[in-house]
Design a protein around this ligand. Structure first.
Ligand SMILES: [Mg+2]
Length: 409
């Protein structure tokens, strides 16, 4: 029985606790029974409003709750701003969001005086608001989105949601926001903080790439309620650890949830093509030191639009070291997420599929480098500089193995 496996139940609202203006079948009774058994309940909603408004809404559906049990993308945003000591926010949102912020000491200010721009829900946003708020972000205001849901279900099909307004501000400001709502981990962190130590929690949601992904990013097991389609790859973070038809299934003696056995890597937002080069000159290899992380590595980078992988690698060698080179062989194609998922200092997470070539220098001037490089040079194979990018010693070893077949790792 799932109810017996956990101490705390994190519930999505729309699609799990209610659909439209009706509670889902059996839910008011199930919640009562969970409480009677001493279970903790948390309501996690991307709706950027106050806890008070959610309590009121649940009461109108016959469900009693307390404000301390509610985590909205609005209350979590308020907690984030308060933790950063940002007290004056330009709120592109409605009254409920402003109340949630004020409850944590964050007041609403428009124009130059703001130290944060908060994007929530407001039907009355104008082009002038988008223009001025974008300017505030360009001038240094902290840019935060309560959530980036692009649509929500409507009677005639998907309807535009907060994420569409976020994209307008991204276009206007040239920056991406910190995003608070599911599937980011902030709301789960807030919900977990309120529980005692060692309490076992499970997330129940109806949207794989919001509820399930968010729970897994936070290390929690997750159940999918309803009919949503899942993904064919079994290690996909968006796939649930079990499915239920209704919350009544929590008391089904025949059901249980497997633990989320989270891998060591973070969930990447996208997959990108990369290239890398082992440039050998006799017993020496060409290395460069990266400005973004200070690490030594072989020349490497992105494939740009319309570029071939071979063209990209020769360009990267030139830009990063000043050396001209030619491709003499293929070492391998590397895509294992355990080594190929990268988290950048600004928080971006990318999964690279990297084609690694063997190359030979043909000319150029060592050290005539672009802005990404701190230093470059040829190093003897038996005394490489430290510290090195994690995967590059393996690629070098593959290059030196003398295999006729390329490695596929
Ligand atoms: Mg939902």
């Amino acid at each position: 029985m799932i109810a017996a496996q956990f101490d705390a139940f994190f519930l999505d609202l729309d699609g799990v606790v209610y659909i439209g203006d009706e509670p889902t079948p059996g839910t008011p009774l199930v919640l009562k029974e969970l409480r009677r058994k001493g279970k903790e309940i948390r309501f996690l909603t991307n709706n950027p409003t106050s806890a008070e408004e959610i309590v009121r809404r649940l009461r109108s559906l016959g469900i009693e709750s307390q404000e301390r049990e509610v985590v909205t993308s609005g209350t979590a945003t308020a907690a984030l701003l308060a933790a950063k000591d940002l007290r004056k926010a330009w709120v592109l949102g409605h009254k409920g969001l402003k109340e949630a912020l004020l409850a944590r000491g964050v007041t609403s200010t428009e124009g130059d005086g703001c130290d944060a721009v908060v994007v929530g829900w407001n039907d009355d946003i104008t082009m002038a608001d988008i223009r001025e708020a974008s300017l505030a972000i360009r001038r240094g205001a902290f840019f935060v989105a309560t959530n980036e849901d692009r649509t929500y279900p409507g009677p005639q099909g998907p309807l535009a949601a907060v994420g569409t307004l976020v994209e307008a501000l991204v276009a206007g400001s040239g920056q991406r926001p910190i995003s608070v709502g599911k599937p980011q981990p902030f709301m789960f962190d807030v919900a977990l903080k309120g529980l005692g130590r060692g309490k076992r929690a499970v997330m129940i949601g109806d949207t794989p790439d919001v509820d399930i992904l968010g729970a897994h990013r936070s290390g929690l097991p997750a159940l999918l309620m309803g009919e949503a389609v899942t993904f064919p790859y079994d290690r996909d973070f968006r796939n649930p650890d079990g499915r239920i038809a209704s919350l009544e299934d929590l008391f089904d003696e025949s059901l249980s949830v497997g633990e989320w056995d989270g891998p060591s890597y973070a969930w990447p937002e996208r997959v990108e093509p990369g290239v890398a080069a082992i440039v050998l000159e006799g017993e020496r290899v060409l290395l460069m030191r990266r400005r973004d992380n200070g690490l030594w590595g072989i020349p490497s980078g992105h494939v740009e639009p319309t570029e071939t992988v071979a063209g990209a690698v020769l360009r990267e060698i030139r830009e990063e070291t000043g050396i001209e080179a030619e491709v003499t062989g293929l070492i391998g194609v590397y895509s294992d997420p355990r080594s190929q998922v990268m988290t950048y200092p600004d928080g971006r997470i990318r999964h690279f599929v990297t084609t690694c070539f063997l190359c030979r220098p043909t000319g150029g001037t060592l050290g005539r480098t672009g802005p990404e490089t701190l230093d470059a040079g040829f190093f003897p194979l038996d005394s490489l500089p430290e510290p090195m990018m994690a995967m590059h010693p393996l690629w070098l070893a593959d290059a030196l193995a003398g295999s006729k077949e390329p490695f596929i790792r």
